[in-house]
Design a protein around this ligand. Structure first.
Ligand code: TRP
Length: 462
């Protein structure tokens, strides 16, 4: 027997949980880096446009499909659109599985860096220490990598185990305010640094001459990733919305929160980096460099109150990552719970364990372990970590997102979608019309462009 479906305690609960899902490593790690790579200003503006014109309408589409059907992604698409659409749902579950398998590894690094920075805070930053070497040593130790990921996976399973209200919502309500407070503290400190003016100009002064057409697609692809769209995570969270809780306002708040946090993080990182001469050239080299090589040292040599902010920063990364990993695990576990009648406790542990096997592959792919460092399904991508990230960001999220857009815009009836978006006796005609225009035309065209670029032109956005 199925238990009655669990619901968020209120629409505030939904906002916390969904914002927790959206706000993650994408905001703190990916966004600052791609903004740097794409020369700031114009890229940021394009990104904001993508978030508003494509991300927001799809966020509403996913939540409404979930709310309408009260089922997680496979059952939801089947019921809302048609039996064949279960395949799209299964694609989403698979995507959650793969994404969680490698996301956990980077999340695990935040635990290591918390411990290291806490140590430096207490005993002082060792003179002459190379943070590049510190990073290299931790990432190439397979045992350490597996231990860190295991710690993080266990925490993820523990939260999802307790269910929608007592697990997911409770943790999000507790963590998001802490995360926000730490970020604001860091922002205040960063804005006082000498590089902050240059950083703000870099981020907010658009120079369209430097914008490549490819950057537009990269901004679009990232808007999917950062909002947790394209794989049914928001369909699943939407299925825990009770009938009387509104979707439209909640979606707007979730999207704004995610965007503000990404911008805060970017301002903070660039203010720090631009305050040191020569650093700007140095950090460009790698995605992980900014967060795990440059910043740790700068906390102890440059940032005001850095001795306190250093460890706090990695607490922030860990909290942001955990509210995302629980959402990923929920996508996979809720499939077993809803479609195969497995009880939540069993489903959570089973899925957590199965995914962890692949997390081990991701964790050891940095240490040159034989098979996993040579796995080369995609050109230039070695190991499970790179392969999975490439596959998810380039193939799975855009194709899944396209399917969901088409489902909501073209395959569901106007009455069905309207019934979910327009509440009670609110007129809402205009608002609904705008949404429908975007979900039928703008979003599919934009997402379709990514799919075409990846499939036919071999583009790489990860
Ligand atoms: N949005 C998350 C981040 O920015 C990553 C992510 C993508 C995600 N899809 C997801 C998280 C689905 C949870 C569920 O880090």
């Amino acid at each position: 027997m199925q238990e009655p479906r669990a619901h968020w305690s209120s629409s505030v609960g939904l906002v916390f949980a969904a914002a927790g899902s959206a706000i993650g490593l994408g905001n703190l790690w990916k966004f600052p880096f791609i903004t740097f790579e794409n020369d700031g200003g114009a890229f940021v503006l394009v990104y904001l446009l993508c978030i508003a014109a494509v991300g927001l309408p799809i966020m509403m589409a996913e939540l409404l499909i979930g709310r309408r059907t009260q089922k997680s992604v496979v059952g939801a698409l089947r019921e809302a659109v048609g039996p064949a659409w279960g395949v799209v749902g299964a694609w989403g579950v698979l995507c959650g599985f793969i994404l969680l398998s490698y996301y956990t590894v980077i999340a695990g690094w935040s635990l290591y860096y918390f411990a290291r920075t806490a140590q430096w805070t207490l005993t002082g930053f060792p003179a002459g220490l190379s943070t590049g070497d510190v990073f290299g040593a931790q990432v190439s130790s397979s045992g350490l990598q597996i231990a860190l990921s295991l710690a993080f996976s266990t925490a993820t399973v523990a939260v999802v185990y307790f269910g929608v209200q007592r697990g997911i919502e409770r943790i999000a309500r507790l963590f998001l305010p802490i995360l926000f407070a730490i970020l604001v503290l860091m922002l205040v400190s960063a804005l006082g640094m000498s590089g902050s003016g240059e950083a703000l100009a870099f981020i907010f002064r658009p120079n369209f001459a430097e914008l490549e057409p490819e950057s537009v697609l990269e901004a679009l692809g990232h808007s999917f990733f950062t909002l947790s769209l394209g794989m049914g995570a928001m369909v699943t969270y939407g299925s825990y919305i009770a009938g009387n809780q509104s979707i439209v306002k909640a979606s707007a708040v979730i999207v704004v929160l995610d965007t503000v946090i990404a911008l805060f993080a970017t301002v903070i990182m660039f203010s720090v980096i631009f305050s040191v001469s020569g650093m700007r050239e140095q950090v460009g080299a790698s995605t992980v460099g900014m967060l795990f090589i440059s910043l740790p040292e700068l906390f102890y040599t440059q940032v005001p109150f850095g001795r306190i902010l250093g460890p706090l920063f990695y607490v922030l990364v860990a909290l942001a990552a955990l509210t995302s990993t629980i959402s990923l695990l929920e996508v996979v576990a809720s499939y077993l719970i809803d479609e195969h009648d497995v009880d939540r406790h069993k489903a959570t542990i089973l899925c957590g364990a199965a995914i962890f096997v692949f997390t081990i592959f991701a964790a050891i792919s940095f240490s040159g372990a034989p098979f996993f460092s040579t796995l080369a399904l995609f050109e230039g991508k070695t190991g499970w970590f790179e392969t999975a990230d490439h596959f998810v960001s380039n193939w799975m999220l855009p194709t899944g997102g396209l399917a969901i857009t088409l489902a909501a815009g073209w395959f569901m009836t106007r009455e069905a979608t309207r019934g979910e978006l327009v509440d009670g006796n609110e007129p809402g005609w205009f608002r609904y019309g705008v949404w429908r225009l975007f979900i039928r035309w703008v979003a599919p065209a934009a997402v379709g462009a990514i799919v075409v670029a990846v499939i036919f032109f071999g583009r790489d956005f990860s």
